[in-house]
Design a binder for this molecule. Structure first.
Ligand SMILES: *[C@@H]1O[C@H](CO)[C@@H](O)[C@H](O)[C@H]1NC(C)=O
Ligand SMILES: *[C@@H]1O[C@H](CO)[C@@H](O)[C@H](O)[C@H]1NC(C)=O
Ligand SMILES: *[C@@H]1O[C@H](CO)[C@@H](O)[C@H](O)[C@H]1NC(C)=O
Ligand SMILES: *[C@@H]1O[C@H](CO)[C@@H](O)[C@H](O)[C@H]1NC(C)=O
Ligand SMILES: *[C@@H]1O[C@H](CO)[C@@H](O)[C@H](O)[C@H]1NC(C)=O
Length: 323
């Protein structure tokens, strides 16, 4: 073994100091802390092969210290529930990061407070205009591999293959993921439902151009699609991401698109980006209370109710399509 050079010593010292800093910040910067540990292992490996010296020995000590330390950090993070810290917002009325304050707590979320085309809204009779030219919903869906992800703000099914697209006004949007909010975010003539699914589509050329199809559910019979996911949902508070296998968007959404509402709105979570083409299906599906409760048990306390309050409609109109 050759003795360690002063250059190398300087690099390792810098690295180790940064490492200690990141490990101590690990509860908020978990991923950096993790990559740091991986690097630490690499450094001590290099040390064994090529060099020796005080810094190298230190890196060994740190390495043996870091592993249990990380466990402690992640465990306490799990127990104290770091989700709120990650999301930076919640749904608790009156909280300093609650829905009324989304627009002021982060410089990138101002649209949540100042936007004039925000979602959700009440789909109210007075604003509805029948629009025969809307046509039926042009969907070209196909089954593709997907995974159930616990995003902590909601449960999400995300495709990692091509599950097809929807075409609105000659613009094609690929289907990306869907997720659930409870109770419903949109209301129809003031009536709030018990669950709402958002099927999120994105334009290939422009990621901020989105089309979301919303499906509302009222308490009643269990939803057959959610029934199939139940074993995974039950496990979702332990496992962040679980493969589902093939998921067909048609099965998730249901086939009845004969009547729907169309309006321009936004994402219903920060950053509340506008330019979202909303399609709210009129057909109300059913879901059992047990199924909704099962979804809620996977979410932190402040996200069990993850329904954004209704937003001002301003001068928007709502198109209605029915055959
Ligand atoms: C590094 O540790 C080895 C044994 O673990 C020891 O023999 C050696 O003196 C140490 N080197 C320095 C520079 O501390
Ligand atoms: C859920 O939160 C919204 C917005 O904070 C509130 O208006 C609503 O009453 C809550 N609903 C339930 C069922 O707790
Ligand atoms: C706002 O977004 C920019 C670019 O993505 C990012 O660098 C910055 O940290 C964000 N600000 C906050 C307060 O999150
Ligand atoms: C992308 O889409 C958004 C929302 O529809 C729109 O505001 C923006 O101008 C588009 N960007 C480009 C480059 O077309
Ligand atoms: C679709 O839903 C509408 C109500 O939105 C209902 O009148 C119609 O019978 C349903 N069609 C099918 C095939 O279930």
């Amino acid at each position: 073994m050759k003795p360690i050079s002063s250059n190398m010593q300087f690099m390792i010292t810098t690295f180790l100091s940064l490492c200690v800093l990141f490990i101590s910040l690990a509860s908020t910067r978990g991923e950096i802390g993790m990559s740091c540990i991986t690097l630490l292992f690499k450094v001590s490996d290099i040390c064994t092969i090529q060099v020796t010296g005080y810094m190298c020995n230190l890196s060994f000590h740190l390495r043996s210290l870091a592993t249990p330390l990380l466990h402690v950090i992640f465990l306490s993070c799990f127990l104290l529930n770091c989700a709120e810290e990650e999301a930076g917002f919640n749904y608790v009325p009156g909280s300093d990061i609650g829905p009324d304050r989304w627009g002021v707590i982060n410089e990138n979320w101002t649209t949540c407070g100042t936007g004039r085309e925000q979602s959700p809204i009440d789909i109210t009779e007075e604003r509805i205009q029948e629009q025969p030219d809307l046509g039926r919903l042009l969907q070209k869906y196909q089954p593709a591999r997907a995974a159930l992800k616990n995003q902590h703000t909601y449960l999400e099914v995300e495709w990692n293959g091509n599950a097809g697209s929807i075409t609105i006004d000659e613009t094609r949007y690929n289907v990306i993921q869907f997720h659930w909010h409870s109770p419903s975010e949109h209301t129809i003539n003031g009536q709030r439902y018990d669950l709402e699914m958002h099927i999120v589509h994105q334009n290939i050329d422009n990621e901020t151009a989105r089309a979301v199809v919303a499906v509302l559910y009222a308490y009643g019979h269990p939803d057959p699609f959610i029934t199939k996911l139940e074993p995974l949902i039950r496990n979702a508070n332990n496992v962040e991401e679980q493969p589902i296998g093939l998921v067909d968007p048609r099965e998730a959404q249901g086939i009845n698109t004969t009547k729907y509402y169309r309006y321009m709105g936004s994402l219903t979570v920060p950053p509340c980006t506008e330019g979202v083409v909303w399609t709210v299906l009129d057909k109300i599906r059913t879901v059992s209370t047990e199924q909704v409760n099962l979804m809620k048990q996977a979410l932190p306390e402040e996200f069990k109710n993850n329904s954004r309050p209704l937003q001002n409609i301003y001068d928007r109109t709502i198109g209605l399509h029915q055959i």
